[in-house]
Design a binder for this molecule. Structure first.
Ligand code: NAP
Length: 218
């Protein structure tokens, strides 16, 4: 069977007990402390046994926008997650090629892992709000619990929440984290402006961005 995750590929196979796998979906251009903190906070809050970062291969809503090479975003995820024994990285969206659809990713993971592994798809609340427009969103709702990460002051109206609830049987939880006042676009802009992003991502990612000369122009 093809490998889907670098560390937790055999998750759930040693017993039939329920196991929870968090799936961090994002462009991660670059991954930063907001992503890392919210993955860790979600792990504890929802009793996740592992959290896998899956950088989008070709993000469908970013056509026409400048996105760093998939291999670079994958490597930054590897560097950022290496020190957390619960974190993992998967290149399945990159390896699949073509436009990235979350439903394809969840189906691939479902085929790979035994039924006792439950999926918790974690992404930003902004991205999650548009989920009703994603390909086969009802199937996504069947395949995974959804965790929408918000930042303090981010207003998710009851109307928006009920729109999600109306469209399909979405099981969405909301997790507020302060760390998400950092964003990937802010880091890219800061690097281009010559500002320091040290401590806003892991040191290894900071050094990698400098060594590769990433984001030198916004
Ligand atoms: P985005 O528009 O770049 O991100 C929206 C917001 O969510 C940003 O504030 C972003 O902050 C934040 N965010 C992104 N990933 C996050 C994560 N894992 N945890 C916490 N916050 C996160 O969204 P995107 O990165 O392109 O897409 C997010 C996920 O949704 C990806 O897995 C993507 O494949 C999936 N998606 C699927 C479809 C589809 O199947 N049709 C369509 C759209 C998106 P930062 O910029 O700082 O990351």
């Amino acid at each position: 069977m093809a490998i889907v995750c670098e560390r937790f590929d055999d998750l759930g196979r040693d017993s039939g007990a329920e196991v929870r796998l968090g799936i961090m979906g994002g462009t991660f251009d670059p991954v930063h402390i907001g992503h890392l903190a919210c993955a860790e906070q979600a792990r504890v809050a929802y009793g996740l046994d592992a959290v896998v970062f899956i950088p989008a291969g070709t993000p469908v809503f970013k056509r026409g926008k400048k996105v760093s090479a998939a291999s670079v975003r994958l490597e930054m995820c590897r560097l950022a997650t290496a020190s957390n024994p619960y974190f993992d990285v998967s290149s399945i969206e990159i390896d699949r090629g073509g436009d990235t659809y979350t439903v394809d990713t969840l189906r691939q993971l479902r085929e790979h892992y035994p039924d006792n592994v439950q999926f918790y798809f974690i992404t930003g609340a902004d991205a999650m709000l548009s989920i009703v427009k994603w390909r086969e969103s009802a199937a996504i709702a069947d395949l995974a619990h959804l965790i929408a990460v918000t930042r303090p002051g981010y207003v998710m109206t009851d109307e928006a929440k009920s729109e999600l609830a109306d469209h399909a049987n979405f099981d969405v939880s909301y997790l507020e984290t302060t760390a998400l006042s950092v964003s990937s676009s802010m880091l890219r802009e800061w690097v281009a402006a010559g500002k320091s992003i040290r401590y806003l991502t892991s040191l290894a990612v900071h050094d990698y961005i400098a060594a590769q000369g990433l984001y030198a122009s916004a």
